[in-house]
Design a binder for this molecule. Structure first.
Ligand code: NAD
Length: 567
C-alpha cells in the first residue's frame, strides 16, 4: 500500500484481497489424465423394479409441489414482478409453478456478470474447470437422476425411457466426453524445428458467448452452455420457455458442482428481444444455437448486420430443422423397416430433430410393411408419462397441437393424401395427437417437404424399378439434411444409397432408424438448412469455442541481420 494517509477502508480492502488469494494462481504441476469417458449405461425401468418405483414416486412428489423458478445472474437468484405460470403438456390445466420473466435490464446484468467473471474463469487451470463438469456428470448419474428425469417427463412430456436416454444418459455423456475431447484438443501441438519451440494455446473466445436452447432435449439445453464454459468461455444462456422446468434442475446441479458465479447466467427473457440486445454488443463472441431453421437464419442475418460492431468475428454454430427420411430397397426386411418407422417417427411424439417424417417404400413390400406397422401401432398406448405403459405422450404446447392438427385435417381432405393410421387429436386434458401415417401419391405433397415436428409420418410408395429415381427424389425433396436411413440387404444398393445421399444427411443410418445418436459414437449434426454441422458431442464442436494462439520461442535468437546469401 503506497498511501501516505491511513485509510482504514482501503486497508481492509487490501487485506481482504490478499486473503482471498485472487492473485495467487495455482498452476498445475502435472500433465493430468482425465478419467476415461464411457457412455452412461441406460437403466431399464422394468415394471415393478426399484428404479421405476423410485422415479414414479419422485414424479408424483414433484407434480404436487409448486415451484418458483428465478433466473440465475451472477450466481444469484433473480426474481421479477412478472411471474409466468408453467404447465405440463399432458395436463394443461395443472400449474407446476412459475418462472420469473426477465427484461432488458436482466440481460444487461447477465452480460456484465459474464464480463466480470471472464478473467478468473479463463485463467483457471483446465483441470479445475474439468472437475466441475465431471462432478456435475456424477451428480446427474446419482443423486439427481430421478429428479432430472421426472422434470423432463413432467415439463416436456417424455416417457420414462425417452427421459432416461436424454436427460440422464446423453447429458452425462456430453459432460464426460467433452472433458476428454478438451484434453485431446489441448494435446494437439505443432512440431518444432531445431533451436525453437512451437506451442499451440487454445484460448477461450474474447468476450462473452450466447447459448439459445430448444425445448426438446434436456441434454442439449445442458450441452450448449456447458461446452462453451468448459473451454473457458462465459455464457448467457436463454433456455426455451417450454423447457424451464428442467432447466432449473440443470442449473441447481451446476451450482452444486461448483460452477463459479457469472460463468453461466440463465435468463428467461423473450428470444427475439434478448437476441437483439446481445447481438448488438461489441463483446459478443459466439452463439451456440439449437432450434428451428427460421430463427437461426434470422440470428445469422442480425450478426451480419452488426458485424462492424464486434471486437472479434463471432463464432456461429447452429443445429436446426430436419425432414428426415427412411428409404427402403426392395431387398429390405419388412419387419425391420416397419419397426424403424414406428420407433423412428413416433418416439417422443416425433419431436426429435432426427425423427423420421418421410418414407419411401417399394410397392413389392408395401402391403407387408403396412400390416406390421398397423399391428404395432394398434398396441401403442397414449397418455401421461406418469403411467410407464404409455409409449406416446403429449406434444409440447398448443401451437404444436394446432400445427399437427392442421396437417392431419388437410390430409383428410386432400385428393393426393390419405390418413391410413391414427389421425385423432384430443386437447381436452393435454396436447395429445395420435401417431399418424399419411400415404401420399405426390412425393412433393406438403408433409413430404415441410418440418412438422410432431407424430406424423408421410409415406410415398414407389415402383420397384424406380429405385434410382427415388434416391434422387430423396436427395432433392427437402432443403434439410439432418438424418436419414436406408434399409436394404443388397450391398450394391446400400453402397449406391450411401453415395447418392452423401449430402442429404449429416447422420446416415444403414438398416437402423435415424434417431438415437449416442455421444462419442455418432457425433450429431446436419448440413444444408439443418445447420452448420459442427457435431455436438465431438472435438469438432469444442474447436469452435476456442481461438488458437501459436507461440514460437527462439532459443538461439539471431544477432546479425545478414542472411548467408548476402555473403
Ligand atoms: P425454436 O426455434 O422455436 O426455439 C429455439 C430457441 O430459440 C428457444 O429458446 C426459443 O425461445 C428461441 N427463439 C424463438 N424465437 C426466437 C427469435 N426470434 N430470436 C431468438 N431466439 C428465439 O425451436 P424449438 O421449438 O424449441 O425446437 C424445435 C426445433 O429445433 C425444430 O426445428 C428442430 O428440428 C430443431 N432441433 C434441431 C436439433 C439439431 O441438432 N439439428 C436438435 C433439436 C432441435
Amino acid at each position: 500500500m503506497t498511501s501516505f494517509f491511513y485509510n482504514p477502508k482501503k486497508a481492509v480492502t487490501l487485506y481482504f484481497t490478499e486473503i482471498t488469494n485472487k492473485n495467487l494462481k495455482y498452476m498445475s504441476l502435472a500433465i493430468s489424465q482425465v478419467p476415461v469417458a464411457f457412455n452412461e449405461p441406460v437403466r431399464n425401468y422394468a415394471p415393478g423394479s426399484a428404479e421405476i418405483k423410485s422415479l414414479i414416486s419422485t414424479y408424483k412428489k414433484m407434480w404436487k409441489n409448486k415451484v418458483e423458478i428465478p433466473m440465475i445472474i451472477d450466481g444469484k437468484e433473480v426474481k421479477t414482478n412478472e411471474k409466468v405460470s408453467l404447465h405440463s403438456p399432458q395436463d394443461h390445466q395443472h400449474t407446476l409453478g412459475y418462472y420469473h420473466k426477465g427484461t432488458k435490464k436482466h440481460v444487461d446484468d447477465a452480460i456484465k456478470s459474464c464480463l466480470a467473471a471472464r478473467e478468473n474463469w479463463a485463467n483457471l487451470p483446465w483441470e479445475q474447470r474439468a472437475s466441475i463438469f465431471l462432478k456435475a456428470a456424477d451428480l446427474l448419474a446419482g443423486p439427481y437422476r430421478d429428479k432430472i428425469n421426472a422434470a423432463t417427463m413432467i415439463g416436456q412430456s417424455k416417457n420414462v425411457y425417452q427421459a432416461e436416454i436424454d436427460s440422464a444418459c446423453e447429458a452425462i455423456d456430453f459432460l464426460r466426453f467433452n472433458v476428454e475431447f478438451m484434453t485431446e484438443l489441448y494435446s494437439e501441438q505443432p512440431i518444432s524445428a531445431d533451436g525453437i519451440w512451437n506451442r499451440a494455446e487454445y484460448r477461450p473466445l474474447e468476450g462473452f458467448t450466447y447459448a439459445i436452447t430448444p425445448f426438446n432435449f434436456t441434454a442439449i439445453a445442458l450441452n450448449l452452455p456447458t461446452s462453451m464454459a468448459l473451454m473457458g468461455n462465459v455464457v448467457v444462456w436463454k433456455p426455451s420457455a417450454t423447457q424451464i422446468y428442467s432447466a432449473k434442475v440443470i442449473m441447481d446441479i451446476l451450482i452444486e458442482a461448483g460452477l463459479p458465479a457469472g460463468v453461466i447466467n440463465m435468463v428467461f427473457s423473450g428470444g427475439a428481444e434478448t437476441s437483439k440486445q446481445i447481438l448488438e454488443h461489441p463483446d459478443f463472441a459466439g452463439i451456440h444455437f439449437t432450434g428451428s431453421t427460421e430463427v437461426f437464419q434470422s440470428l445469422w442475418k442480425q450478426i451480419g448486420e452488426n458485424i462492424h460492431k464486434y471486437k472479434t468475428y463471432p463464432r456461429i454454430v447452429g443445429e436446426t430443422g430436419g425432414k428426415d427420411f427412411v428409404i427402403a430397397h426392395p431387398s429390405s426386411v419388412p419387419s425391420q423397416v416397419a419397426t424403424a418407422l414406428v420407433r423412428g417417427s413416433f418416439e417422443y411424439q416425433g419431436q426429435k430433430c432426427s425423427a423420421a417424417s418421410r418414407a419411401y417404400v417399394p410397392k413389392s413390400l408395401w402391403s407387408d410393411i403396412k400390416k406390421i406397422m398397423g399391428d404395432q401401432l394398434s398396441e401403442i398406448k397414449m397418455g401421461s408419462p406418469e403411467d410407464p405403459k404409455n409409449f406416446v405422450n403429449a406434444v409440447i404446447d398448443k401451437a404444436s397441437f394446432d400445427k399437427c392438427k392442421g396437417y392431419i385435417d388437410r390430409a383428410k381432405k386432400s385428393k393426393e393424401a390419405k390418413v391410413i393410421f391414427g389421425g385423432k387429436c384430443d386437447d381436452k386434458k393435454g396436447w395429445f395427437v395420435e401417431p399418424t401415417v399419411i400415404e401420399t401419391t405426390n412425393p412433393h405433397y406438403e408433409s413430404m417437404e415441410q418440418e412438422i415436428f410432431g407424430p406424423i409420418l408421410t409415406l410415398y410408395v414407389y415402383e420397384d424399378k424406380d429405385w434410382h429415381k427415388t434416391l434422387k427424389l430423396v436427395d432433392e425433396t427437402s432443403p434439410y439434411a439432418l438424418t436419414g436411413a436406408v434399409f436394404a440387404q443388397d450391398r450394391y444398393a446400400i453402397n449406391e444409397a450411401t453415395k447418392a445421399l452423401e449430402n442429404a444427411a449429416g447422420n446416415f443410418y444403414i438398416n437402423d432408424k435415424p434417431t438415437g445418436a449416442v455421444v462419442g459414437q455418432q457425433p450429431f449434426g446436419g448440413a444444408r438448412a439443418s445447420g452448420t454441422n459442427d457435431k455436438a458431442g465431438s472435438k469438432m464442436n469444442l474447436l469452435r469455442w476456442v481461438s488458437a494462439r501459436s507461440i514460437k520461442e527462439n532459443f538461439l535468437s539471431p544477432t546479425d541481420y545478414k542472411y548467408p546469401f548476402l555473403g
